[in-house]
Design a protein around this ligand. Structure first.
Ligand SMILES: [Zn+2]
Length: 81
């Protein structure tokens, strides 16, 4: 699960959040969803860690792509009889 760093546009609170795809993080301080994603990733400390993170992201995207294809197939099948 990727960890992102956010800054709240409302109150300026900075925090890290675990974000699953489809989730919308909220400011834990004031509860708004108006957040700015910060580019710094404190969990990535070296090039090898970064490469592993990229690899993990890539395989996750592929997995999502597979799920999307299966959904598409299911949709086509259910509309094809
Ligand atoms: Zn806030």
């Amino acid at each position: 699960m990727p960890i992102f760093e956010y800054e709240c546009e409302g109150c300026g609170h900075q925090f890290e959040a675990l974000v699953r795809s489809g989730d919308v993080p909220k400011c834990p301080s004031c509860g708004v969803e108006n957040l700015r994603k910060l580019l710094s990733l404190p969990v990535v400390k070296s090039d090898s860690t970064r490469a592993q993170a990229l690899k993990a992201a890539k395989s996750r995207d592929q997995k999502l792509g597979t799920e999307r294809t299966q959904e598409q197939l299911k949709y086509e099948r259910s509309h094809n009889d």
